[in-house]
Write a protein that binds this ligand. Structure first.
Ligand SMILES: N[C@@H](CCC(=O)N[C@@H](CS)C(=O)NCC(=O)O)C(=O)O
Length: 213
């Protein structure tokens, strides 16, 4: 049985949850609480010395870093459920590049916005800083435009969708708290269609962070 250490609201933990569901694997979800200090407990730091979620333990292997967890699941369970990466080497490489771009560039931009909003008391919100952070996220998302436009309607779900969807959902969640954020009004029609199409799928609905409902 796979043990999946999960933190509700984390886009990285969400991508692993999506991958486990997509591959139709049996697993036990272990919910971590940031407030209770679960990520700083010795037993958890033994699994991930960085004290971050998610972690996946499968028999005698314990893995952290969500992109690597997805690679592991695809390598270890190639014939279970759906594929996480395309078969053709060119498409597979493109997927890996996109996931790397999400983790290296988009993540930095979205964290900037998170820090300026969720992790700053409302009375200290700096509108200029927030507006620059929104621009940064939109500019990064713009780099994926070709992918969004081409992939709508092709019905293929892969690690790219599982990595990107949670980030966009998190940005929209910020906008629920700050309705004048201007994010949803500024995203491209291609991204809007892509996000709407995936939002309608049960896998994205059933894995929505529990504390968001
Ligand atoms: N690169 C890591 C990022 C994981 C990460 O940043 N997780 C955040 C939640 S979104 C976390 O656990 N933060 C807790 C902390 O830093 O104390 C991955 O892909 O797994």
């Amino acid at each position: 049985m796979i043990d999946f250490y999960y933190l509700s609201g984390s886009p990285f933990a969400w991508r692993v949850w999506l991958a486990l569901e997509h591959k139709a694997l049996q697993y036990k979800r272990i919910d971590l609480s940031f407030e209770s200090g679960d990520l700083r407990k010795e037993s958890y730091l033994a699994l991930n010395p960085r004290g971050k979620a998610p972690v996946l333990v499968d028999g005698d292997i314990s893995i952290y870093e969500s992109a690597v967890i997805l690679e592991y699941l695809e390598d270890k369970y190639p014939d279970s459920g759906g594929r996480l990466l395309p078969k053709h080497i060119h498409c597979r490489t493109l997927s890996r590049r996109l996931i790397n771009e999400i983790d290296v560039y988009l993540d930095v931009a979205s964290r900037r916005l998170l820090m300026a909003t969720f992790f700053t008391p409302k009375e200290k919100w700096d509108e200029t800083k927030i507006s620059h952070a929104v621009d940064g996220v939109l500019s990064e998302l713009g780099r994926f435009e070709d992918y969004f436009t081409k992939s709508v309607g092709n019905d293929v779900l892969s690690s790219v969708e599982f990595s990107m969807f949670p980030v966009v959902a998190l940005m929209l969640r910020i906008e629920e708290r700050k309705p004048d954020l201007g994010f949803s009004d500024s995203i491209s029609p291609g991204l809007s269609r892509w996000f709407a199409a995936l939002s309608g799928l049960s896998i994205f609905q059933s894995t929505r962070p529990p504390h968001w409902s």
